[in-house]
Design a protein around this ligand. Structure first.
Ligand code: FAD
Length: 350
């Protein structure tokens, strides 16, 4: 039996902040879209990697967390009523004379005139602790991300890593009076003495270590752990010259992400170092009708910021409109004054 392809004007791959905003920009131009993400939730890196962390560089928003940003863009796209498929990875793209046939690993099939790849770093996976079969302990006492930091209050935390995430969380917990008052403690373990994180974070972490608000172990690696049923009791860290046993309740591991482009690498796109090369005027890739925006898109001067990805979404939407409705003039309109845009947004007062 042949697959049934649902026809649409636009498919957006990736429901990170830029993919979500792509749906918004398309909606403003009167284009309905289908949004697909392999994660079971919207928000991409914002919800997966830093849901509780504050962002300060969104225009007009003094501060919001990663999750709040994702949730707010989601509210913004609601008037456009996109079809949203979560927990589905786009595995195949085939060109035909009407556009592109898109298939997911859950057998959803779409035939679209335009395609927007907002795949970020691809299907990202945290790099795991290399110590045997530790999967059974994940989200119990072994964590690769933090969703609710209050759950760690009162615990003996050991944080592994030398990049921004490890430093940020070590500083966050160690300098929180609520965490200290709850009886919690923080040990930061890094396999070298050179940290990859921002200089000011390294300075702050060392200041906290000097005032004994956190314990720092350099050249350290997890050698073994001692757990009983579901509870961790202690771990052994090996350093260059000795082994150190530490009482520990929870391990937080931030070794970075292994960026795997996944299926995107096989779609005949012009890719350099896991990024898709695009024309910066339109964000179109080397294939007509396929656009790439957000972290995955590359052009001279590219900055991997949410702000840049949102601008790219606007550029791509205008270029796509010309493909979907060839020959039709598309003018830039303001949401403040355009009745048509306000109607599409569902905010027009009669
Ligand atoms: C700790 C941290 C703090 C940050 N702070 C800031 C900040 O303050 N300001 C700022 O501007 N930026 C910040 N960033 C960067 C920002 O998060 C990224 O620029 C942004 O998330 C990129 O958005 P995106 O939509 O392009 O991709 P992503 O957020 O990476 O989302 C891509 C989505 O595509 C999905 N996907 C990939 N391949 C497929 C496929 N084949 N099928 C289906 N789905 C697929 C993935 O599952 C993912 O959900 C920060 C990043 C980190 C890690």
């Amino acid at each position: 039996m042949g697959e049934v392809f649902q026809k649409t004007d636009a498919v957006v791959i990736g429901a990170g902040p830029c993919g979500l905003f792509q749906v918004f920009e398309l909606g403003l131009l009167g284009i309905n879209s289908v949004l697909i993400d392999s994660l079971p939730h919207i928000g991409g890196q914002c919800s997966e990697l830093y849901p509780d962390k504050p962002l300060y560089d969104m225009p007009g928003i003094l501060v919001c967390t990663g999750q709040e940003l994702a949730d707010n863009i989601y509210l913004q796209i609601k008037p456009f009523n996109p079809t949203i498929k979560l927990g589905e990875e786009v595995t195949m793209i085939e060109k035909n004379k009407e556009g592109y046939k898109i298939t997911t690993n859950k057998d959803s099939c779409f035939l679209t005139k335009t395609l927007f790849i907002a795949g970020g770093v691809g299907s990202f996976q945290p790099k795991k602790m290399g110590l045997g079969k530790t999967e059974d302990f994940e989200n119990n006492w072994l964590h690769y991300k933090i969703k609710e930091k209050q759950k760690f209050f009162g615990k003996k935390l050991v944080i592994f890593g030398g990049g921004d995430s490890a430093l940020d969380w070590a500083i966050d917990f160690a300098s929180s009076s609520d965490f200290q008052n709850s009886g919690g403690s923080v040990t930061l373990v890094h396999r070298s003495a050179t940290f990859r994180g921002a200089e000011h974070s390294v300075d702050k972490m060392k200041e906290l270590a000097n005032s004994n608000q956190l314990q720092l172990i350099e050249f350290g690696q997890l050698k073994s752990f001692n757990c009983e049923r579901d509870s961790l009791n202690s771990i052994v860290i090996s350093t260059q010259d000795k082994e150190i046993s530490i009482d520990a309740d929870q391990l937080l591991v931030f070794f970075g992400l292994s960026a795997k482009l996944g299926p995107i690498a096989n779609w005949g796109l012009d890719i350099t170092k896991k990024s898709i090369n695009v024309n910066p005027e339109t964000c179109q890739t080397n294939q007509k009708g396929i656009f790439a925006i957000g972290d995955i898109a590359k052009y001279p001067g590219k900055k991997k910021l949410i702000l840049s990805g949102c601008h790219e979404a606007a550029m791509a939407a205008f270029a796509a409109k010309a493909i979907i409705e060839p020959g039709k003039k598309v003018h830039v309109q303001y949401t403040t004054t355009s009745k048509k845009l306000q109607e599409r947004l569902g905010v027009l007062k009669k």
